[in-house]
Design a protein around this ligand. Structure first.
Ligand code: SF4
Length: 338
């Protein structure tokens, strides 16, 4: 497809106001996610944004366990289950099979969306190699990483997405060591865009910004090729807060700068929602304390721990090559003169 056609398709796919979102639901009642589960909203948004001609592929995780109890499912579009680390391979195989069937005239030539979703353990940890493989082929598929910052369906275990210091069943604070998770959260979208130069669209989102989220899914599908979205999903069970605060936590993650919202489109970074105002200097970041103190998983934090998190976030915006996104400068790597 020529550039101009793609631009037109992307422009047409954008929804201007929340009132203009499609009324049809293709992910509906019948699921058993916890009250206040933001990952369930991601599923609803992706099905709404993509519409009826869509095949959804889901790796094992909360959204598999809660959505496909025997004899009941909330998916109205076709849905395929894959093993924990298999979403990349399954998406690639599905997209390739559709192309082959259309080429051989066995099914009608028409656009069919292929969307695979996987949790942080299934996508950013053990599934990352399959996702990377899917990003290297020229097939139309979208992979959504729904990130609740733990392996939640098997009792809140630590993953590479678990933030610094958070309590999980694998990182309980003890008398000897208060902070068990010492490493900073992995940045997946920068890894994807730096490592796969031909992909045209990747983004971060959080369901607290519904229109932004729906439009990112629609843009990814309209631009086509392999595309990737990373969504931060507040999880009342794993983060230990009252379910009514899910949206507030999503907003605070963006407003404190902990979760920058941006898109990578054809080699350019575009900031969205509060992150845009923060990067352009029109809005001051809120203190990270406001976000941390609302979650039981950080209840053991001292002022010193909070200051450390604040320092790390300040550095993301003040010292990085691309504010909040690419930590090139902070690495302080010397170029060898050998
Ligand atoms: S554990 Fe968290 S991610 Fe899983 S269904 Fe419950 S709220 Fe959603």
């Amino acid at each position: 497809m020529v550039e101009k056609e793609i631009e037109e398709k992307v422009y047409k796919s954008i929804i201007k106001t929340i009132k203009d979102t499609p009324l049809e639901e293709f992910y509906t009642s019948g699921h058993r996610t916890c009250q206040g589960c933001e990952s369930a909203l991601v599923m609803r948004f992706l099905a709404k944004a993509a519409g009826q001609r869509t095949i959804v592929i889901g790796a094992t995780g909360c959204m598999y366990v809660a959505n496909t109890t025997y004899y009941s499912t909330s998916w109205i579009v076709p849905w395929v289950h894959t093993q924990l680390g298999g979403s990349g391979a399954a998406a690639l195989g599905t997209a390739a099979a559709l192309r082959a069937l259309m080429r051989k005239g066995k099914i009608k030539q028409e656009p069919i969306n292929v969307i695979a979703f996987c949790g942080d353990l299934g996508c950013a940890d053990m599934g990352l190699s399959g996702v990377s493989n899917a990003m290297t082929y020229d097939y139309n598929l979208l992979i959504i990483l729904y990130d609740n910052e733990s392996s939640a369906n098997t009792d809140i275990q630590e993953t590479s997405m678990t933030p610094f210091g958070a309590q999980t069943s694998f990182s309980r604070p003890g008398k000897q060591r208060r902070i068990m998770k010492k490493r900073w959260k992995k940045s997946v979208v920068p890894m994807i865009i730096a490592g796969h130069r031909n992909i045209r669209y990747a983004a971060t989102m959080t369901p607290a910004y519904p229109l932004d989220s729906i439009n990112k899914i629609r843009k990814a599908l309209a631009i086509g090729g392999p595309t990737f979205i990373h969504s931060l999903d507040p999880c009342p069970k794993g983060w230990d807060y009252d379910p009514r605060f899910s949206h507030e936590l999503g907003v605070l993650a963006a407003e404190t700068g902990l979760w920058p919202l941006y898109e990578y489109i054809d080699g350019e970074i575009v900031y969205n929602e509060p992150t845009k105002s923060i990067v352009e200097g029109r809005m001051k970041r809120k203190p990270v304390k406001e976000y941390l103190e609302k979650q039981g998983r950080f209840s053991h934090f001292t002022e010193e721990d909070i200051e450390y998190v604040q320092r790390m976030v300040d550095e993301m915006y003040e010292e990085w090559e691309i504010p909040g996104v690419m930590p090139i400068k902070s690495l302080n790597v010397k170029i060898s003169d050998r």
